[in-house]
Ligand binder design. Structure first.
Ligand SMILES: CC(C)(COP(=O)(O)OP(=O)(O)OC[C@H]1O[C@@H](n2cnc3c(N)ncnc32)[C@H](O)[C@@H]1OP(=O)(O)O)[C@@H](O)C(=O)NCCC(=O)NCCS
Length: 392
């Protein structure tokens, strides 16, 4: 390892691994030149408009779209797996009430691992991994919803039988039967959020899988990474921003003042999408319709004013989190549940990636550049006493 930059680098250094090829995948393709995202060869916007989340999850995990009977069987298996074991609720009930919802979620998934009937199966057992993947997919909405309830001091609810992930999330968020239109909206959001190449959380999940840890470890690590405000946590910052602005007339001035103060604007920018993100465009138009139906068009108007100004001033487009932030709000998803809903949707992508990683695995161990000039000054100034030696 070169110290202080004295020796030539064996490999180029790319901060944030920008442009580094870190794996091989058949799951997702982002073509930012033509603003297109595909899951296993299918346009994600077509899947969101004409498919459903469970069908998409099956596609991502199994590699092909299910037949009608495969989809029915898959849905029914998920329905049978949605109840969370009591041990998990007991642990969540012991968390301090101010615990962040994503910390609740990661705690739940790390406890869930040992309750899985395949807990002791080797990490490379594909059949066991597919069974675990179904359990994780089924449990994620229940954890997101009941984790929120427990933190509010409410009792967990039994998930709805014979209903999909979106319906269950809405039911647990509000304790009332979901409106079919809102359910379709949330289901489309979940399709759009289900997978997105080697983003930070997916990569973290693949790293955990590459050590031959288990799928629960992999998704728990991914949940931790998603929480950060530069990644999924931006959804909360974006909603806070839109609510703080309050009116479309104030949006541009707010943005200019914020940019002038060096503030990073949540819901804008993306490492891969340098032009419009097609998921963001579709979700924005779906959220716009939902806002109009609910007589709340101003949230979309604030977001679109911000986007126009941001493109003009900085050349940065909105990412999917901007539209999701106010779309979830309009759908009645409590703010604290927004990111757990995103995480529930992304479970499909995380699981598909972890399983794919194990098919052609090599442990991730990148190299690094060591800068240690200051080490010279610190040589031989130890003050500690060796354990077991005479201290006098
Ligand atoms: C998504 C994101 C982390 C991508 O990061 P990246 O590819 O590493 O890009 P960088 O952080 O290096 O930013 C490049 C430049 O654009 C600016 N920039 C990028 N996103 C910005 C934002 N949202 N607001 C203001 N400036 C932004 C940076 O300040 C930087 O400017 P500089 O070169 O003058 O220093 C970044 O755009 C961001 O922080 N966005 C806000 C958080 C967010 O919405 N995350 C969800 C992503 S889906």
């Amino acid at each position: 390892m070169p110290v202080g930059g004295s020796a030539p680098l064996k490999f180029p250094y790319s901060p944030g691994l920008d442009g580094v090829v870190a794996g091989i995948t058949r799951i997702c393709r982002i073509d930012s030149e033509v603003s297109n995202v595909q899951y296993r060869g299918y346009d994600v916007c077509d899947l969101a408009r004409d498919g459903c989340y469970e069908e998409t999850a099956y596609l991502l995990i199994h590699g092909s779209l299910p037949t009608v009977s495969q989809l029915a069987a898959f849905r029914s298996r998920l329905d049978g797996l949605r109840r969370v074991p009591h041990e998990v609720y007991r642990v969540l009930g012991a968390l301090p009430p101010h615990t962040d919802p994503m910390d609740v979620m990661r705690t739940a998934f790390s406890v869930l691992g040992s309750t899985d009937p395949d807990y002791r199966r080797p990490a490379t057992d594909r059949e066991a991994n597919l069974r675990k993947a179904e359990r994780i997919l089924a449990l994620a909405p229940t954890i997101a919803g009941n984790g929120f309830r427990i933190m509010q001091g409410l009792e967990p609810l039994d998930p709805l039988a014979d209903r999909g992930s979106a319906a269950n999330l809405l039911y647990l968020a509000s304790e009332s039967a979901p409106d079919p239109e809102v359910e379709r909206f949330l289901d489309a959001c979940m399709v759009l959020y289900a997978e997105h190449e080697f983003n930070a959380s997916t990569f973290v999940g693949r790293i955990a899988a590459s050590t031959l840890s288990d799928l629960y470890g992999s998704v728990t690590s991914a949940v931790c990474a998603l929480k950060g405000p530069l990644h999924g946590g931006a959804i909360d910052g974006a909603l806070a921003m839109i609510l703080e602005i309050g009116s479309p007339e104030l949006a541009e001035d707010w943005l200019l003042a914020s940019l002038a103060s060096g503030r990073r604007i949540m819901g804008f920018g993306h490492r891969e999408h340098r032009h419009a993100d097609p998921r963001a465009s579709l979700l924005s138009s779906l959220a716009k319709s939902l806002g109009e139906e609910r007589s709340q068009p101003q949230l979309f108007e604030i977001a679109s004013t911000l986007e126009r100004a941001m493109i003009q001033r900085r050349g940065l487009h909105a990412n999917i989190d901007l539209a999701a932030s106010f779309g979830f709000h309009l759908a009645g998803v409590p703010r604290e549940m927004s990111l757990p809903v995103f995480a529930s949707a992304r479970m499909a992508g995380w699981l598909a990636n972890a399983i794919e990683q194990l098919e052609r695995n090599r442990i991730f161990t990148p190299t690094f550049l060591l800068t240690g000039d200051e080490w010279q000054a610190g040589r031989r100034q130890f003050h500690s006493v060796k354990p077991g030696s005479d201290c006098r």
